[in-house]
Design a protein around this ligand. Sequence first.
Ligand code: ZN
Ligand code: ZN
Length: 409
Amino acid sequence: MTDIVFKNFKLLDPEVGTLESGQQVRVSGNTIAEVSPSVDHSPDAEIIDLGDRTLMPGLIDCHNHISREILAGPPSMLPSLSAARTSSVLHDMLMRGFTTLRDAAGADLGHKEAVEKGYFVGPRLFVAGKSISQTGGHGDHRVRADQSEPCACVHLGPGIGRVADGISEVRKAVRDEIRLGADQIKMMASGGIASASDPIDQLQYSTEEMEAIVDEAARSNTYVMAHAYPDAAIRRCVEAGVRTIEHGNMLGPETAKLMAEKGAYLVPTLVAFRCIQRYGPETGYNDEQMEKNEKVLAAGTQALLVAKEAGVKVAFGTDIAFWHEHQCEEFLIRGEVLEPIDIIRSATIIGAEVVRMVGRLGVVKPDAFADLIVVDGNPLDDLGLFQDQGAHIPVIMANGKLVKNALIG
Ligand code: ZN
Ligand code: ZN
């Protein structure tokens, strides 16, 4: 494969937070080989003139679900159809500029390998397999009237959760997810919106169970991401050693301080609640679920400000399971209270920390993976450039491959 050289662009380095002209980037294989004012390259290298556009690292979404039966009840599609749908979801996500996705339950090693082997064209994946949930917790897919035991029909179906209670069951569940290829372990630590029988403020899992889940993950050199809305649930997670708090809508200042001290990350997912508000009923959300959504929606962008004040590192997440075309509205919602550079850092360098790929993802530097996007304008001034399904992103490179180049022809 010949090298690719990008020239004539403004570099957006999220660490610096400004645009810088005068650099060139040489990509060799799937890696950024050189960033300098005049890169060395062989005569047969492919030169791409970016016409003074902005070159920046590809975006990282740290909480989404690409393959998901989100609502309680029996599975609604065969695994084959689910995989086909996922392929299209991944393609469209990459075309919006997301070159990395941390899936927050539902996607498995098969999806990840499908991207790596080129069967699916999509972002680099970090998968969680099934989330671990207590009986009646957010990952228990049974409706209230269902009196059957959770079984293989739940565990092996396309649902996102598996039920495990007590120390030995949760240890076994984590071990099994790691056996199945999970990159990180997802735990349900409070009530949720889509599940049938758990109020939002329910504190799920005992301290001992949480600690056992964290211990199992740590001994396999991975970590726990936990779904939690109420402040008390977030606090319990952080005290038990959970590394990333998902949603975190009701985060209070004291807990935020603890998160900052412990180096825990917050991954808000604000666009999901707005989408449920708009499209929930027509998608099958019942009145009870819509009421739960109102509760977390009311907290709005508050957690972003609480986290910023306490110095908590915040990653970019969206949690869109049905309405992926709205994924990038998360930029605009956060833009209501934060500066564009804060949000861009969340979606690049902090995302890279979350997936434990510092220096390899979220940066345009030698030895990083060649995950790059080119933007028609300056995103530091206009987050609208991330809207419209990638219309303002004419070039996308994922793992060294040009998956979009609208500058040709
Ligand atoms: Zn959740
Ligand atoms: Zn989620």
